[in-house]
Each structure stands twice: as structure tokens, then as C-alpha cells.
Design a protein around this ligand. Structure first.
Ligand code: NAD
Ligand code: 6OH
Length: 491
């Protein structure tokens, strides 16, 4: 498609308050039908450098002198402006990801506005650490730590919850007075660019929020992480990409915050509220076509209710309304891309080779219309695999789980923790003591009891092992996006 075609949009980079085109374009594809919805301008090394320099310049300009109160007010204006363009953001997110319009309307776009409001509140209320220190001579000293911006923060995000995950980092970074250069996923460039329009409209100073488009290696992602004037990198995506970025930033010792992959467990005890557990686990397996880092791909069910549980989850999978994302009643859309579908389908084949019993799905649905050009897969449930099977060990990132029976609490805890990842877990029981006891044994950054993906933005969020480095959320975000300068005064 030529640039400026009447049939597709042209998505540009946003640098120093202006929309800027690079030398090369790439296609933005709608996963629901394979059509090209936009051409995207790729940022080369020179454009990434311009974005970083414009961010740096903004720190010594008006933005660098804003008070906390002014920054909090600016963040609230951004939240209001996202809401006033709600339908536009929903449409962009649905077209780029293929997620159901109902999901983008209840999760992604409201959370983007909530992210800005939450960090406006947090920075307004944040105190500073202080200690009065007794000295050997019987006198004392006063210590207090002030918070300063890191400087220019590079933000790299994935395609599964593009606006939610981007704003989860942009909001605290700006609250702390930084300037940012964001690199959204090449699969989902639209909402970060719409956010640039919002920043422009509400009068955020030029250079404070920049967007560069492109890929990872030898493209905008790598150019940004290796840039010597980027002071910190915050990244959400695959564990392997995190490892690569770590190598790239090592020579300049940049602080990193990594929210990476998972192979999360759900543990269902026989004493659970059965219908709640089924609804919760079905959400945890199939929400966003299973493309949420927190999704449960391993479900452990106490033997006494195993057969009943598997039958009920099968009914849920088979009754899910899979279809056009634009249809309000649709519950599940396609996967993000042809390439990702190939990966998920290769795991569906592998599960059979490894000896799985296919309880539901396992293939590609047929619609008999344009959706057959989309990247759909069936919601899928397996049983019967050994815990060592690759399908039980590796992150698939699709609408799929393996269900394993257990006999004792210890066995369930052992199997749930037998993973190199450590992001999230959910436990389903009506025994309060057991809920606490098992939750406290989970090797995970986030454990839910009788719920899943219930968020309070003040709480620590992140993973252990291959699932990440550090925590964001609440004060943890304020601490990551700030440098602390401890001042010690002899009294
Ligand atoms: P990905 O790692 O392939 O890509 C993420 C981003 O990194 C994209 O913007 C990509 O262009 C960029 N990138 C790729 N290689 C790079 C490089 N060498 N240097 C710099 N940037 C590079 O991940 P994805 O496929 O977009 O997302 C799915 C993955 O993200 C899953 O593993 C999922 O579990 C994980 N995820 C984790 C969380 C969390 O909070 N822990 C949240 C969402 C997704
Ligand atoms: C991963 O796909 C989901 C991450 C969710 C968050 O980072 C959040 O803040 O809710």
C-alpha cells in the first residue's frame, strides 16, 4: 500500500511534539481477518537518537521545573482525555489486537485512564524516608532521602495489552518527573500513537512523551536500549527478550525493570465454591485468547472433584463465543499474528505427540467467512501429560491449559512451584487457613485466592525467576522511576 493511501492509515513516530516519518514502513495487520489496517513508519537509529535528545532537552526545560502538583494535574488531564476519546482508543486496540470490543471497553481503556489517576494520587501523597541517627558523641544527625527523576526512560512494551501495559509505565515515569521514549510492539502501534495525540492536546511539553516505532533487533527496540543517553529501561515481554536487553544495557549499567513471561498455576481444592472456581479458572485460561502474562496454563485439581471440574471447564471452553471482535457478544478473538498462531498450533501438535488427552479444542475453528483469514485457534484443554512434558513446562501464550489431579496439599504446592517462572498463581478453596497457608508457599510475585487478575494499583506487581526483575505498582513504581539522594545533616 502506498503511503497516504485512502484505504489505510499512516502511523508515524512522535518526536519532540511532532509526528515524524522515517525512511521505511511496515504493515499493521488486523488479526481478525488478516487485512492491512495501517502502514507504520519505522524509526531508524537517527530518529531514535532524535527522540532521546528531545526527551533529554525537555528535562532542562519547562517540564524539568514542574512541581508535583502540576505533574499530578497533567496526569489527571491525560486520564480525562483518554476517556473523552474512549471509543477511538477502543477501536484502535480492537483493530490492532483482535481482542473483543467488550474486553477492550471494560479492561484495557479504563485501566489506561486509571493508571494515570492512580499515579497522580500516589505522587501527590508520597512522603519521604527519614531517620534520626544517634552519633557516638551523644549528638545526632538527620537523614532524609529526596526523590529525583532518573532522566530519560526507555519503555518497551508487548502486544497483548498494549495501552494498559504502556500506561502502567508511562504514568509513574511522568509522575516522577522523567521524560520517556516508548517503543510499542510492532504488532500494535496504534494506541501509543493515539496517546501522543492526547499528550499534544492536553499540553504536555514537547519531548516529554516520544514514540518510536519498529522491531526489536537491529531496529528501534535495540537502538533505544543501547542508546547512551537513556538512563533506565523498563520492559514487558518475553523472558528471552529480557535477557537480550540485559546484555545490551550491561555496558552502561542502566537500571532495568522487567515484567516477563509466566507458566502460571491454578490450584483448585475440593472444598472450593465450585462455580466460582470454574468461572475464575475459565477466565484465567481464556481471557484475551490466553494472551495475558498472568494466565493459568497449568491447573491442578484435587482428585475428588477432578472429573467434575474437567467436564465443567470443557463446557465453558466449548460454549465460549469465538468470533468477530467487533460483535458485542464475542468472548474470544484471534491470536495476535499468523506467526504466533503457528507457535500455538505447534504446541497443540506437540501435546498430542507427548501423549495428551484432548478434552476440548486442539485445532483451528472454521467460520466460512472472512474470519477464516484471521489467526483464530480453538480454546483447548488437555489432561494426561507428565509434569515434565514440554507443554506443561513452556509458556505457550494461547487459550490452553493442562489439568492435573492431585491428592495432597503438599503435592499441589510442589507441582505448582516446579517451574523456572514465578509470576502469578491462583488458589481456589473455601478454607481460609488453607488459602493463606498455600498462598504463602507459592514461588510467585502475585498470588490470588478465590479470584484472578483482581488488581489494586498500589500493590507490588512483578515476578521471580524467569518472570522478571523488580516490582512495579504503588511505591515500587515511584522507587524505580526515581533516583534517591539521601541527605545526612549533622545536628
Ligand atoms: P517480545 O519480547 O517478543 O516483545 C516485546 C517488545 O520487545 C516488543 O516491543 C518488541 O519489539 C521488543 N523487542 C524485541 N526484541 C528486542 C530487542 N532485542 N531489544 C529491544 N526490544 C526488543 O514479547 P511479545 O511477544 O510482544 O509479548 C508476549 C510476551 O510478553 C509473553 O512472554 C508474556 O508472558 C510477556 N508479558 C509479560 C507481562 C508481565 O507483566 N510479566 C505482561 C505482558 C506480557
Ligand atoms: C500481562 O499480560 C498483564 C499484566 C498486567 C499488569 O501489568 C497490570 O498492571 O495489571
Amino acid at each position: 500500500m502506498p503511503r497516504g493511501s485512502k484505504h489505510v492509515n499512516f502511523i508515524q513516530n512522535y518526536i519532540d511534539g511532532k509526528f515524524v516519518a522515517g525512511q521505511r514502513d511496515f504493515a499493521d495487520v488486523n488479526p481478525a481477518n488478516g487485512s492491512v489496517i495501517a502502514q507504520v513508519s519505522e524509526a531508524d537509529q537517527d530518529l531514535v537518537d532524535r527522540a532521546v535528545q528531545s526527551a533529554r532537552k525537555s528535562l532542562s526545560g519547562e517540564w524539568g521545573h514542574t512541581s508535583v502538583r502540576e505533574r499530578a494535574a497533567a496526569l489527571r488531564k491525560v486520564a480525562d482525555a483518554i476517556e473523552s476519546r474512549f471509543d477511538c482508543f477502543v477501536a484502535a486496540e480492537v483493530a490492532d489486537t483482535g481482542k473483543p470490543i467488550s474486553l477492550a471497553s471494560r479492561l484495557d481503556v479504563p485501566r489506561a485512564a486509571a493508571n494515570f489517576r492512580a499515579f497522580a494520587d500516589l505522587i501527590s501523597a508520597a512522603g519521604i524516608e527519614s531517620f534520626q541517627t544517634e552519633t557516638a558523641d551523644g549528638k545526632s544527625a538527620l537523614n532524609y532521602a529526596i526523590r529525583k527523576p532518573l532522566g530519560v526512560v526507555g519503555i518497551i512494551t508487548p502486544w497483548n495489552l498494549p495501552l494498559l501495559l504502556l500506561t502502567w509505565k508511562v504514568a509513574p515515569a511522568l509522575a516522577c518527573g522523567n521524560a520517556v521514549v516508548v517503543k510499542p510492539s510492532e504488532e500494535t502501534p496504534a494506541s501509543a500513537t493515539l496517546l501522543a495525540e492526547v499528550m499534544q492536546t492536553v499540553g504536555i511539553s514537547d519531548g516529554v512523551y516520544n514514540v518510536v516505532h519498529g522491531f526489536g533487533p537491529a531496529s528501534a527496540g535495540e537502538f533505544l536500549t543501547q542508546h547512551p543517553d537513556v538512563n533506565a529501561v523498563t520492559f514487558t515481554g518475553e523472558s528471552q527478550t529480557g535477557a537480550t536487553i540485559m546484555k545490551t544495557v550491561a555496558p552502561s549499567v542502566k537500571p532495568v525493570s522487567f515484567e516477563l513471561g509466566g507458566k502460571n498455576a491454578g490450584i483448585v481444592f475440593a472444598d472450593c465454591e465450585f462455580d466460582d472456581a470454574i468461572a475464575g479458572i475459565a477466565d484465567a485460561v481464556f481471557l484475551n485468547t490466553g494472551q495475558v502474562c498472568l494466565c493459568a496454563e497449568r491447573v491442578y485439581v484435587e482428585r475428588g472433584v477432578f472429573d467434575r471440574f474437567v467436564s465443567a471447564l470443557k463446557r465453558k471452553a466449548e460454549n465460549l463465543r469465538v468470533g468477530s471482535p467487533l460483535e458485542p457478544s464475542t468472548e474470544m478473538g484471534p491470536l495476535i499474528s499468523k506467526q504466533h498462531r503457528e507457535k500455538v498450533i505447534s504446541y497443540y501438535s506437540l501435546a498430542r505427540e507427548e501423549g495428551a488427552n484432548v478434552v476440548a479444542g486442539g485445532g483451528i475453528p472454521e467460520f466460512g467467512n472472512a474470519l477464516d483469514n484471521g489467526f483464530y485457534v480453538q480454546p483447548t484443554i488437555y489432561t494426561g501429560l507428565a509434569e515434565s512434558a514440554r507443554c506443561v513446562k513452556e509458556e505457550i501464550f494461547g487459550p490452553v491449559c493442562h489439568v492435573t489431579p492431585f491428592d495432597t496439599e503438599e503435592e499441589a504446592v510442589h507441582m505448582a512451584n516446579d517451574t523456572k517462572y514465578g509470576l502469578a498463581a491462583s488458589i481456589w478453596t473455601s478454607n481460609l487457613k488453607r488459602g493463606h497457608r498455600v498462598a504463602q508457599q507459592m514461588n510467585a510475585g502475585i498470588t490470588w485466592v478465590n479470584c484472578w487478575f483482581l488488581r489494586d494499583l498500589r500493590t507490588p506487581f512483578g515476578g521471580m525467576g524467569l518472570s522478571g526483575i523488580g516490582r512495579e505498582g504503588g511505591m515500587h513504581s515511584l522507587n524505580f522511576y526515581s533516583e534517591l539522594n539521601n541527605i545526612c545533616i549533622r545536628l
